[in-house]
Design a protein around this ligand. Structure first.
Ligand code: F6R
Length: 369
């Protein structure tokens, strides 16, 4: 069943070109027009939304964080992302002009279900992004946008994450189309870039050995830091989460801009630090800020492990290890930059002889609060 892979997790990482392609399939036409037929909220209602609140936990919440950057950029609607359990136990402000987007692979996560029920009581419209047909959260929602990643067996989420990010992009583009925030030509271009993502993920997978051999050389590592800015920030958080949950290695992700506000004190000789670098073709200041962050940690002895875009020469001299991902617009970059971090965690856990698919203390769906 594992198709020759050492674990379901590894197989699912390699399933990702299909997970993204299948999630995109049939949801737009050649003219860049999106049709999300399964949404049961009317276009008029969606067009009148004044605020989006994303509710999710764990990896799914990081997909929500990526969505914030894209949806705010494309639709100019404020997007808040909140952990379901935190949302539920304060007095959140939602009303009938709020669109709540829940993201859950299983559709059964109790924290998210309770948050959704609460938001619904307050009059919010609920749209759920879910990977499991007919599960509880989509059944209780006004609308559902299914991710087509296929069943995810490994406890650690991989292909569902990329499919969730893809679904949020579709939602963002659909809202931009309804509200007239983007021209059809712009939507078409972004859809074309999205359409190229599966082949680009495959290119990364074809070079898996580069990152796997790095992982094998780091078996005795006790702590790894991950930093990123902008959409690279949730990617860093996700990279850290994968490493803690399956390899039981202390890992922390943080926003690169926070370094000087505290975390830089953690850097000492040989401390491994992954840095997710945005495209040098994107906003110039963003790229150069991250390059200076790499220099800052490197100057303090860090072992810099850099994920950057093909052709980014500026990072080379500061990178102890460098993994290039194919070119794509910055907002779509998480679909590529996450993959080497998943491979790293998976290989490290595998060489440590751990149960990659069933890490200790964790369950695939958390059906208790
Ligand atoms: C991490 C992981 C968890 C889940 C979280 C939410 O690899 O799998 O953090 O993402 O428990 O689960 P769902 O998406 O099923 O609501």
């Amino acid at each position: 069943e594992k198709g020759g892979f050492a674990s379901f997790m590894e197989k699912e990482i390699f399933d990702q070109p299909a997970a993204v392609a299948d999630t995109l399939l049939g949801r737009s036409d050649a003219y860049g027009h999106l049709t999300l037929d399964e949404l049961r909220i009317s276009p008029e209602e969606l067009a009148s939304v004044t605020k989006i609140v994303v509710l999710a936990c764990g990896t799914s919440a990081y997909a929500g964080s990526v969505a914030k950057y894209a949806i705010e950029n494309w639709c100019r609607i404020p997007v808040e992302v909140e952990l379901s359990h935190e949302f539920r136990y304060r007095d959140p402000i939602v009303d009938s002009n709020t669109l709540v987007v829940s993201i859950s692979q299983s559709g059964e996560t109790m924290d998210t279900l309770m948050a959704v029920r609460y938001a619904k009581e307050q009059g919010a419209k609920i749209l759920s992004i879910c990977n499991t047909n007919g599960s509880t959260i989509p059944r209780e929602s006004d609308a559902v946008l299914y991710t087509h990643a296929g069943p995810e067996i490994a406890v650690a989420s991989t292909k569902a994450f990329l499919a969730q990010i893809t679904a949020t992009y579709l939602l963002g583009l659909y809202l931009a189309q309804l509200r007239g925030n983007l021209f059809t030509g712009q939507i078409k271009d972004i859809l074309a870039d999205l359409g190229k993502i599966p082949a680009k993920i495959q290119e990364i997978l074809d070079r898996a050995e580069e990152i796997k051999s790095l992982a094998r050389s780091m078996q005795d590592t006790e702590s790894v830091l991950f930093l990123g800015r902008h959409v690279g920030y949730p990617v860093a958080m996700e990279g850290a989460l994968k490493l803690k949950e399956i390899a039981y290695i202390h890992a922390e992700g943080f926003a690169a801009g926070e370094l000087k506000h505290g975390p830089i004190a953690l850097i000492d000789e040989g401390k491994p630090v992954f840095v997710v670098v945005p495209s040098p073709r994107g906003r110039d200041s963003l790229h150069s800020k991250v390059v200076s962050n790499i220099q800052e940690v490197r100057a303090r002895g860090a072992k810099t492990l850099v994920i950057a875009e093909n052709g980014d020469e500026a990072v080379r001299e500061f990178a102890e290890f460098l993994f290039y991902v194919p070119e794509t617009p910055t907002l779509l970059m998480p679909l590529l930059a996450t993959v080497p971090l998943q491979l790293f965690a998976c290989e490290l856990a595998t060489v440590k002889g751990l149960d990659v698919d069933q890490p200790r203390n964790l369950a695939k769906s958390v059906t208790v609060e």
